[in-house]
Ligand binder design. Structure first.
Ligand SMILES: [Zn+2]
Length: 115
């Protein structure tokens, strides 16, 4: 399996409102929770079947968070994706690792690495 899309460690910091994924190649992606929620790939959030498979623009992470988000749990799906359970009960988003890696705000030049 491609180490770029192998999540070795996942953590959520509700204080900082960030989701951090450490990848098999050593890179760590840090996402704003509101951005990740707005990038939800489920039919409801992505705007219907016509939009299925359409990926969110990483520029979504440039926007100031619209609201505080909470992740209650995360469930890995096989080895290709994870399902995120949000505090407001929304849980139909299946985030493929490849999708998440493509969205990495650091690699897309949206945010710096925080150092
Ligand atoms: Zn959704």
């Amino acid at each position: 399996m491609d180490p770029r899309i192998f999540a070795s460690e996942i953590s959520v910091d509700h204080q900082e409102q960030t989701l951090t994924i450490k990848w098999g190649d050593g890179h760590a992606s840090v996402y704003g929770l509101d951005g990740i929620r707005r990038a939800c790939p489920c039919v409801e959030c992505a705007g219907g079947h016509d939009q299925m498979g359409q990926e969110a623009d990483p520029a979504i992470f440039k926007q100031p968070p619209a609201q505080t988000r909470q992740i209650t749990s995360m469930q890995e799906m096989g080895n290709y994706a994870m399902q995120i359970f949000w505090g407001d009960g929304h849980d139909s988003g299946i985030y493929r690792w490849e999708y998440l890696r493509d969205l990495c705000p650091i690699e897309n030049g949206i945010t710096d690495s925080g150092s």
